[in-house]
Ligand binder design. Structure first.
Ligand code: G3P
Length: 217
């Protein structure tokens, strides 16, 4: 399973990348806003840190302008993945950009039907949003499972990039049902290391070690 980091926070990306935890990065307009930085400048910095795909999202609504923006974003670095929304125009842009050799991430996917269209339009990645489906009492993980079955039935090469991940369980469940990639905020990735029994066990070892009066080294 590949790990993408869902952030434009370059310090957080560096920290995880130094640990070998980063296979790519995803950004979106909300994350650029949160970073407080210029989209081109921050995306270039991310591409200098990470060798894997870095998703940068277009904001235009019609296909021609999405293609123009996508081509501009792609000049930032060779590892740019152009992110387009799952609209009819987004699919048109996906088809053109992918045919011209660009990686394309089709985002804001909320149904298996949408995922089929993205695969047929040549998407490199499809981004189903788990958390936002759960938010409205639908089953985000079921969507990942459905897309997995459908893509495998027809040998679609588009990678399933589980997005809108809010918890460690989202990551392990996405791994269990066969998502190719997860993208998650740095805080969620880091919290994968936490377990109450690890903390408890460590406290016990510390207490017992203190009683030995020994030192190592
Ligand atoms: O990758 C998409 C992601 O950023 C959306 O997450 O938590 O805003 O639904 P969220």
């Amino acid at each position: 399973m590949k790990f993408f980091v869902d952030t434009a926070d370059t310090a957080a990306i560096r920290e995880l990348n130094d640990l070998g935890m980063v296979d790519g990065v995803t950004t979106n307009p909300s994350l650029i806003l949160k970073s407080g930085r210029d989209i081109i400048e921050v995306t270039k910095e991310i591409c200098d840190i990470v060798t894997g795909p870095v998703s940068a999202e277009v904001v235009a609504k019609d296909a021609a302008d999405m293609i123009r923006e996508g081509k501009h974003l792609a000049t930032i670095a060779p590892n740019i993945t152009v992110k387009v929304p799952l609209t009819w125009d987004g699919l048109k842009a996906c088809k053109v950009l992918s045919s011209e050799g660009h990686m394309v991430n089709v985002t804001l996917c909320f149904s298996a039907a949408q995922a089929i269209l993205a695969a047929k339009a040549g998407a490199t990645f499809i981004s189903p949003f788990i958390g936002r489906l759960d938010d409205i009492n639908l089953d985000g993980m079921q969507l990942i499972e459905d897309i997995r079955v459908i893509y495998d039935n027809y040998d679609f090469k588009t990678e399933i990039l589980a997005a809108s991940i809010r918890s460690v369980n989202h990551i392990t469940d996405a791994a269990r049902v066969g998502a190719d990639v997860i993208t998650a905020p740095p805080s969620v990735i880091k919290s994968m290391a936490n377990h109450i029994l690890t903390d408890k066990g460590l406290a016990q070892f510390d207490a017992d070690w203190a009683k030995t009066g020994q030192k190592i080294g």
